[in-house]
Design a protein around this ligand. Structure first.
Ligand SMILES: CC(C)(COP(=O)(O)OP(=O)(O)OC[C@H]1O[C@@H](n2cnc3c(N)ncnc32)[C@H](O)[C@@H]1OP(=O)(O)O)[C@@H](O)C(=O)NCCC(=O)NCCS
Length: 163
């Protein structure tokens, strides 16, 4: 049967913060939890996907001035989450596509992601890069994670959007 639901991607607003917070927390294995105040402070770097008045997905991006050329830093796609009952309907693809459109206006050196689902990002044009090229980012991200003894034994994959 055809899926007739309408999915709309739009910029997030303050009224969405609590829902975004909950959505990210629904995926503790794949995503770093983000404090409410971090989401509030960065709400203009979040997009949400709505379906029938409900938020069913979110994505955000972060600027990494410590990686890349001065004035043209690297941008990381992060906090990508789709509500479990809505997965495999094209929402993740739409959210990442819209985030890339926003980010490309900034003309970053590269757009990266750290992910446990490299197959999904490969379909969207990302290719694996050496983790060692993102050491500062790994240090900052991994400092709050106790699951692995080193970022190099962690199965998370570093990828960059192929240009
Ligand atoms: C990963 C995630 C965002 C994918 O979102 P989604 O809406 O289910 O993905 P889409 O429906 O847009 O899928 C796009 C394509 O990727 C494929 N795909 C989706 N999830 C995949 C997965 N886990 N493994 C492999 N391929 C996957 C789809 O089959 C589809 O392929 P097609 O175009 O050939 O049909 C979603 O599963 C999720 O929220 N996971 C938990 C949090 C997470 O892992 N976030 C990413 C952290 S970087």
């Amino acid at each position: 049967m055809n899926d007739t639901r309408i999915f709309t991607v739009r910029p997030a607003g303050f009224a969405d913060v609590e829902t975004i917070f909950g959505l990210i927390k629904e995926h503790p294995q794949e995503l770093l939890a983000r404090p409410v105040y971090d989401i509030v402070q960065n709400v203009d770097r979040f997009l949400v996907c709505e379906c029938e008045g409900q938020i069913v997905g979110t994505v955000s991006w972060g600027i990494l001035p410590e990686i890349g050329v001065a004035m043209q830093p690297t941008v990381e796609i992060k906090s990508l989450a789709v509500r479990p009952g809505y997965m495999r309907c094209g929402i993740g693809r739409r959210l990442v596509g819209a985030a890339i459109e926003h980010v490309q206006l900034l003309a970053p050196t590269q757009i990266i992601v750290l992910t446990f689902t490299p197959e999904f990002f490969r379909k969207l044009g990302f290719r694996e890069v050496a983790k060692a090229s993102l050491m500062h980012k790994l240090y900052m991200g991994c400092i709050n994670c106790a699951k692995y003894d080193s970022p190099f034994t962690c199965p998370e994959v570093a990828m960059a959007l192929a240009t």
